[in-house]
Write a new protein. Structure first.
Length: 160
């Protein structure tokens, strides 16, 4: 009887949360961030294409290595139809622009000043790569750009 009462209380709590909208949050893909030139970028606009989101900061030494690697591979990645977005986590536009001064950057950098996108993807640290399939669903999260990124995004070699 005690277990049944606990279940009823839990169920009632879930119903209340559902009815009043508690626990609902904006889909991360609906977040709009500015790029380094101040232009707004809506993450949802890339649905239909696989996306690599790279979360990083200027103070992270591992992020610098991954930025360099991503910059070198950018042409090949985009040739394969994959969108690449580097998302700076909670740093000022001035600091990020200064960081890239004199550096040729091949991909778009977005500024997540408030940490909204980072929170939506439950970011635990940097560097973090999040791979989204064509529907915008997270299919993988890793700390380094894997050599098999293409197989992750296109399910190549994956047996169903």
């Amino acid at each position: 009887m005690y277990i049944f009462r606990q279940f009823k209380i839990l169920f009632l709590g879930l119903v209340i949360f559902s009815v009043f909208g508690f626990g609902q949050f904006a889909m991360a893909s609906d977040v709009i961030l500015n790029d380094l030139s101040g232009q707004p970028v809506n993450i949802a606009s890339f649905k239909g294409k696989p996306v690599i989101l790279f979360f990083w900061t200027t103070w992270c030494p591992y992020c610098r290595g991954e930025l360099k690697n991503l910059n070198q591979q950018y042409a090949q990645i985009t040739k394969e139809g994959i969108v690449v977005l580097a998302v700076n986590v909670q740093e000022s536009e001035y600091k990020v622009k200064r960081f890239f001064a004199g550096y040729t950057l091949n991909f778009k950098v977005l500024l997540d000043k408030s940490g909204l996108l980072s929170n939506d993807y439950d970011l635990l640290g940097v560097p973090t790569f999040i791979f989204l399939d064509q529907s915008g669903r997270v299919i993988s999260r890793v700390n380094r750009l894997p050599l098999d990124y293409k197989s992750l995004l296109f399910n190549i070699g994956v047996k169903k």
